[in-house]
Each structure stands twice: as C-alpha cells, then as structure tokens.
Design a protein around this ligand. Structure first.
Ligand code: NDP
Length: 464
C-alpha cells in the first residue's frame, strides 16, 4: 500500500496551483487539488483576464471618436454595460471550464472545498471526516484585497465586486493609485463614469519610473479623471443615493460607488500553516527559499501567497520550477530579474528593468535616452495623445538596464524588449538593429541623443 494518498496535494487552483498540479500529474505523480471558490483563481476569475476584457471595452469610445478623423461617421453610438459584463462573465465561465478540463485530462483529483493543513503531510477537507495524506503539499492560495481601516469601510467595494456590478455607476471614488486603482480609473473613465482617485502619496504608481508616473497621471487627467494627490480618507458615510468620502485634509467627495484599491495580502489565515510548522512572514506570507520550499521540507508555496513578485506569469514559473525541483530531480531556482510588467491604463504602460531612480542608486554612471512624441495615428484622429519611450543605460558597460514605455501596445512592445534585456543587450546593439518603419517601436532603436537634465538658468528662481 502506498505510504501516502497522494504524491502531491495542491491547495488553491489558481494560475500557480493548476500549473503545479498539471505538470506533476503529467509526470506520473498522483495529484489532488482543493479549491474553495472557482478553478482558475484570481487571474482568470476576477483579475487579469476579466480586467483586460473591460480595458478593451473601455477603449472603443475613444477609438470611435478617433475614427471620425479617418472619415467614419459614427452617429447613434451607445454603450450598454449589461452586454459587456454579461459577455465578460460568459468568457470567464468558458475559461473556468478550460482550466477544469485541463486538470481532469491530466488525471488530477479535484476537491471543491476548503482545505487546511493538519501536519507536514496531511490536509483536512471541510466536507469529509478523514484527512488526506500527501508526500508533498503545495500551497498556492493567492491573495485577497486589503481594505483600509477607516470608519465606514463596510461601504467599500474592491476590484472583485466590479465584475458583479449590474449597472455602471455615474460616479466612483477610487482609493489608491497602484496597478488596480489606475487600471480601474482608466476603465471607468473610458466608459463615461466620473472618476475621482484619492492617493495618499505625491504621484501615482509608486516604484515605477518617474517619467511613466508623470505620464500616466497627465494622460488620466486629460481624460477627465480627478486625480488628487496627498489626500487621505477620514471616513465613508452613506447618504441618500450616494456615499460621501470625507477627507482628512478637509472637504469631501460624493460618489455612487467607492472602491478600495489599496493592495492585496496573502491568503494564509485559517489554513493551519503555523500548526503544520510553516513560518509566516511580516504580512502573513509563506516564507520560502529560492526553490519555493517553506520552513517545512514537505511543504512548498508559489504565487501571491509567498509575496515575492505578485504577477501571474511569475506564479506559473514558480510552479514550473517547483515541479522540476521536486518531481524531476533538477533543482530549479527562480530568477526574478528583468520581469516585464504592464499597467493597462489608456494609454498603457509597459516596463522592464530598472527605473531611472533605481539605476541612479545602483550604478556609478547611467545614461538616459528618452523620446516623447505624438503617434502617427493621432495626426488624423486629432486625439491629444503622446507616446513616451525611455531607455536606462549603464554608462560603464553600455548595457540596457531599463526600458519604459507609455503608449499604444506598450505591453506588447516591452514584452519583446524584455527578451533583449534578459540577454544583456547593449545600447550599441539596439542602435545596430534596423528600424521597422513606420512604427512606434522603431523609436527604441533610433534614439541617438543622450538626455541631459535641464541646467538651471542662473537667477531663474529670482525671476520666477
Ligand atoms: P498596489 O500595491 O499596486 O497599490 C496599492 C495602492 O494603495 C498604492 O497606491 C498604496 O499607496 C495605496 N494604499 C495602500 N494602503 C493604503 C491605505 N491603508 N490607505 C490608503 N491608500 C493605501 O496594489 P493594488 O491593489 O493596486 O494591486 C495589487 C497587486 O496586484 C499589484 O501589486 C500587482 O502585483 C497585482 N496586479 C497586477 C496587475 C498587472 O500586472 N497589470 C494588475 C492588477 C494587479 P502607496 O503607494 O503609498 O503604498
């Protein structure tokens, strides 16, 4: 008789968990997986995928406007939120089915219930009496939105609820200016909602390159978003037909909905992790080594629950590396360098590598190349649109350390730039690459003039 019921038991069927379960099963391991919500996880069910569909939906209004300059007559154009959200939900149901079948086809046993760890080799499922034993356990439970602790926080929605809205609000206040705050501000603005963003810091998207941060803020303001910096929420109160957000700085904003986009925290509560001896970090994340192994030899963890780099492709890569390490006997450590990422605002932002500010801290000398221009498309559309392209170079090695872009298809372009950066591309090699004309991306290989910070004009302060 086998020593354990399963070779691998996975808790959480999101991007990381499904990948780990499927790959291990395809290698012949006996695998079980537990999921208490829906198979697919945050990315597929209430994150990246439905969000990107809403992004596409929100862009058509602007594109229809643009089309006029190209000779199209666009009268009687209407938008119906129920159609969009219904179609998004239908696609999510389809993907939920695809993920479910992926597990079934790989021979993974599914348990649609809550699982808790009992000890380093056993898991208890909420809907059965006897625990399940496993040689290895993979914790891939993801993260959840964190709500700010302010009076009236019970009135807040998170991004999760945005996918369940039956009607589009006339106005929304968004608290927080990170990935989710900026993306939803852009989506709602594109769909005609009056958007106010309240951010406690001085500029949106902390930790991104400052030129990108400035560019996103300017673009959102141009599209009518009321972005308020250095603004803190004191309380949220329900009033007749709306919510009133009171500000610590004085004054208030009223809106039909108030959304918190104030970060996410690992899902580790109620999992029995500490009971099984698993060390948790400062915000409850599972502490793991470079092979995703926790402080308990038989328990591994991947994805947001480990709070390393909380992005779907990273969770998937961590799961691949876990399977290689544990089931193929090839220790595979994760490499977190040059991870490209995008913020799907309109225009979108794509970035890989060091920001100018990070590079200045780490390198003796850096060179900056940047270009800001009106894309060709905007010449006839008349849209007030600017593209920003920026390269951060280590002046001593000529290596490209960072590539940043704000503009159409930034995510697609930066994904390809990430290949070059990962391979250690130099500025000279970019310059030797032939441009593809006319395109926006050609700017990456045609930037010849180093950017110099403006020299302050003597006495200019006095003049001002
Ligand atoms: P972020 O950490 O990106 O942003 C959180 C925002 O909320 C920041 O502006 C932060 O301010 C602010 N904030 C945090 N706590 C408070 C508080 N108590 N009161 C007021 N403001 C607060 O988190 P998100 O929720 O936007 O996204 C979570 C994660 O999901 C991202 O970090 C990313 O990993 C992932 N994600 C990725 C996407 C993509 O790849 N396109 C899309 C969406 C999410 P401050 O800057 O001062 O800390």
């Amino acid at each position: 008789m086998a020593e354990y019921d399963y070779d691998l038991f996975v808790i959480g069927a999101g991007s990381g968990g499904v990948r780990g379960a499927r790959l291990a099963a395809e290698l012949g391991a006996k695998v079980g997986i537990a999921e208490e919500y829906r198979i697919g996880g945050t990315c597929v069910i209430r994150g990246c995928v439905p969000k990107k569909l809403l992004v596409y939906g929100s862009r058509y209004g602007g594109e229809i406007e643009d089309a006029r300059g190209y000779g199209w007559t666009c009268e009687g154009v209407r938008f119906a939120w129920p159609t969009l959200i219904h179609n998004v939900r239908r696609e999510i149901d389809r993907l939920n089915g695809v993920y479910t079948r992926t597990l079934e086809n790989a021979g993974v046993d599914k348990f649609l219930t809550h699982a808790t760890l009992e000890d380093p080799h056993s898991v208890r499922l909420a809907d059965r009496d006897t625990p399940i034993s496993a040689k290895y356990i993979l914790v891939a439970t993801g993260s959840h939105p964190v709500m700010p602790k302010v009076p009236g926080a019970q009135h807040l929605i998170s991004s999760n609820e945005c996918f369940h809205l039956e009607a589009l609000p006339e106005s929304i206040v968004i608290i927080g200016a990170g990935y989710i705050g900026m993306e939803f501000a852009s989506i709602f603005a594109g769909l005609g909602v009056a958007v106010t963003v309240l951010y406690r810091g001085n500029q949106v998207l902390r930790d991104f390159d400052m030129d990108l941060r400035d560019g996103v803020a300017e673009a959102l303001r141009d599209r009518g978003v009321d972005l308020r910096m250095a603004t803190n929420v004191a309380s949220i109160e329900k009033e007749e037909g709306c919510y009133r957000v009171k500000l610590k700085e004085g004054g208030s904003v009223a809106a039909a909905l108030v959304m918190a986009a104030t970060g996410r925290a690992p899902n580790t509560a109620g999992l029995g992790l500490q009971q099984a001896g698993v060390e948790l970090g400062w915000n409850g994340h599972v502490v793991v080594d470079e092979y995703s192994k926790s402080s308990v030899d038989s328990i591994y963890a991947v994805g947001d629950v480990t709070d390393r780099k909380n992005l779907t492709p990273v969770a998937i890569r961590e799961a691949n590396a876990f399977v290689e390490t544990v089931f193929q006997g090839k220790p595979a450590a994760m490499d977190y360098t040059f991870i490209p990422t995008a913020v799907f605002t309109e225009p979108e932002l794509g970035t890989v590598g060091y920001s100018e500010e990070q590079a200045r801290e780490r390198c003796a000398r850096i060179d900056i190349y940047k270009s800001s221009f009106k894309p060709m498309r905007a010449t006839l559309s008349g849209r007030n649109e600017k593209v920003l392209m920026k390269l951060v170079i280590d002046a001593e090695t000529d290596k490209v350390l960072g590539c940043h872009m704000l503009g159409p298809d930034a995510a697609e372009i930066v994904q390809m730039a990430a290949v070059a950066l990962k391979l250690g591309v130099t500025k000279a090699q970019l310059d030797s690459t032939m441009a593809l004309h006319p395109s926006i991306a050609e700017e990456l290989v045609t930037m010849r003039h180093r950017w110099e910070p403006p020299v302050p004009i003597k006495g200019s302060d006095a003049a001002a």
